[in-house]
Design a protein around this ligand. Sequence first.
Ligand code: F6P
Length: 358
Amino acid sequence: AKRVGILTSGGDCGGLNAVIRAVVRRAREWDMEVYGIKGATQGLMSRPVESELLDMKRVSGILRYGGTILGTVNKGNPFAYPLSDGETIDRSQEVIDGYHQLGLDALIGIGGDGSLAILRRLAQQGNMNLVAVPKTIDNDLGATENSIGFNTAVSVAVEALDRLTYTAISHSRVMILEVMGRDAGHIAVSAGIAGGAHVILIPEIPYDLDKVCDRLMNRALRGFNFSTMVVAEAVKTPSGEPVRYTNSLGQTLYGGIGQYLGDQISTRTNMESRVTILGHVQRGSTPSPLDRILGAAFGVAAVDLVAHKQYDRMVAWINREVISVPISEAIAQYRAVDVQGTLIRTALGLGTYIGEID
Ligand code: F6P
């Protein structure tokens, strides 16, 4: 039987376990054995390699679990592996040796752009047969319309916005929800439309704080003395400063633009504001039905690519079909929010303030 490894890399999100389950189920058809690698490339670096044979019993019921049963690591790039003194070393060969020691014929890697670029480099250097599955709550991979995890993150953000709307009404406040998305505004736009936000701010569109305040005050004048606002974490201050901080491990993280805007709005309008930073709640929850469907479709298609020896390719969702594209194409194409696209026009059509666009 062919031996196939599977790993989840980068940040977790809803739908990863749906992929793992689908891979194991489909593998039976092709008489393949599936080995789950623990902690992404970390598992292949360990000796003995940290893996487990995944059978039907092991994946039974995991469809509805959040996270990943395999674990993940997103700061352990094997080409620049961090040492405790802050230096880095190249441990890529250990990962490659781990793949061959396990006797793998192919590896299915589930990741976003950063992880897929690393996995591809490893595959090329070490003669590994790689098939990729796209996942990222940020939905910023260009070669696919949907990546696993985005829909779940949007669902969580919409639920939060619904809850915040009630408390906004009760207290006559401006409630600001800061959502994830790294450098993209996809979660903010979708959640803002679905949750009926009055203001949506995203990094792709510049905004004018005076106009934001005008919009909120106009609502109050028309008798709506509450508002909700969604802001993507990568939105900068009006003077163009990113709001980030570096923690004691040297990791640079987003977070805080919502608080900055809340203070500014309260000072300028005299309205009370409160800020919620939704954070990792968007990643770890029960996967939405759409992410389970995507996960299933991607898992089945990934195994079929392995069966047909179609390596160095990523499964993608285009026009309601699963297709495959070269991994190189997927990592080269970053997708920001389309400022001319339907969703932005929809927000504008609804009268939502979404920034300064012509
Ligand atoms: O890329 C996914 C993501 O959740 C981003 O939306 C966010 O900026 C980042 O990861 C957070 O990373 P970490 O898990 O390292 O805090």
